[in-house]
Write a protein that binds this ligand. Structure first.
Ligand code: FES
Length: 338
């Protein structure tokens, strides 16, 4: 007869749990809150490493990691996760909205208290009177970061509920609440070579990761591939010079590329030979992230990405899209939409 209780060790802490508990519930039983957000397999925030033992991953396994909100204990197990900042809600106001390029805005929010996030994580922004949207905070393109100012890159979708109101109904002085940080696609201080790739405003988390890695680990090998549907959409062309000057190879791609300054290729086609030593971060369109994920995991590389939502559509569509992706074991891209 199988035993109904077991012991789970989480980041070294032993906790009594029930067989069948999710890893998040097991942690809570020991007053340990694993990082989480949606609790329904969508956001990737709860991804933890299984070091040993009996865990039913319920289809969420990638290398040795599983989603803690879905995976359940089948017996004793040991898991670990990377510490992340505590989730908080912080009030702020829109400081500025600047058009970077047609359809791409930089939105700065001045906050009442410091927002702490790791490069690659995302925040839930609620502009007063509008539904919440998830955006990746990022490093300003011209690197003029200020304390207590959070910067987002936001693509404007015509007739959308939130993004199309930026610069008009939502403008300087508008109240905002920021909740977070969430997500699993954040930079870890590992020594292995980094491959960073994005499309569209997926550049926001990838840029913040690249800048932080370049400054914090100047000897780390980094390669970056940044794509857009068209050359016009490469809103970061000037900014990436800073990284190039620091010796980081950056390839820009677009469907109308000239094959000189901008390659006519899809970013994932230029990943090169990945090995199990590589750590790959991908953000942007779901098709891009999924292609990157397949190549990275096939090579045995470590892969990080967070969900991508085009949240200007109805919540029903958003949920459905993620459900389909999860069932197909083909999650997600990065948060930086609408
Ligand atoms: S909390 Fe598990 S995927 Fe969101």
């Amino acid at each position: 007869m199988s035993k109904s209780t077991c012991t789970v060790t989480i980041n070294g802490k032993k906790i009594k749990a029930n067989v069948g508990d999710t890893l998040i519930d097991a942690g809570l039983g020991g007053r340990l809150v694993l990082p989480h957000d949606c609790c329904s397999g969508q956001c990737e925030t709860c991804r933890v490493r299984v070091l040993s033992g009996d865990v039913d991953d319920l289809g969420t396994r990638e290398k040795n990691s599983v989603l803690g909100c879905l995976a359940v204990l089948e017996g004793d197990a040991e898991i670990s996760y990377d510490p992340v900042p505590i989730v908080k809600t912080i009030k702020g106001t829109v400081e500025s909205i600047r058009k970077i390029k047609e359809d791409y805005l930089e939105v700065r929010v001045r906050t009442a208290k410091r927002v702490t996030w790791l490069p690659g994580q995302y925040l839930r922004a609620t502009f007063a009177g509008y539904p919440p949207r998830d955006y990746s905070p990022t490093t300003p393109l011209n690197l003029d970061a200020e304390l207590d100012v959070v910067v987002f890159h936001i693509k404007v979708y015509p007739n959308s509920i939130v993004s199309s109101k930026l610069g008009s109904e939502i403008d300087k002085g508008h109240s905002v609440k920021l909740r977070g940080p969430f997500g699993n696609g954040f930079l870890r201080r590992q020594p292995e070579p980094l491959v960073l790739t994005s499309t569209g405003t997926g550049f926001a988390p990838i840029w913040s990761i690249a800048v932080a890695a370049s400054l914090g680990q100047p000897d780390r090998e980094i390669k970056m591939i940044v794509g857009s549907r068209t050359r016009e959409g490469l809103y970061m062309r000037d900014a990436v010079r800073w990284l190039r000057n620091r010796g980081i190879p950056i390839t820009l791609t677009a469907s109308d590329g000239d094959d000189e300054t901008v390659m006519k290729a899809r970013p994932y086609e230029l990943l090169g030979d990945l090995t199990e030593d590589h750590i790959v971060y991908s953000a942007g369109a779901p098709s891009h992230v999924e292609a990157t994920r397949e190549l990275a995991l096939a090579a045995g590389a470590t892969f990080y990405a967070d969900p991508f939502y085009v949240a200007e559509e109805s919540n029903g569509l958003r949920t459905l899209a993620n459900t389909i992706l999860r069932k197909a074991k083909t999650p997600f891209a990065s948060a930086a939409a609408s």
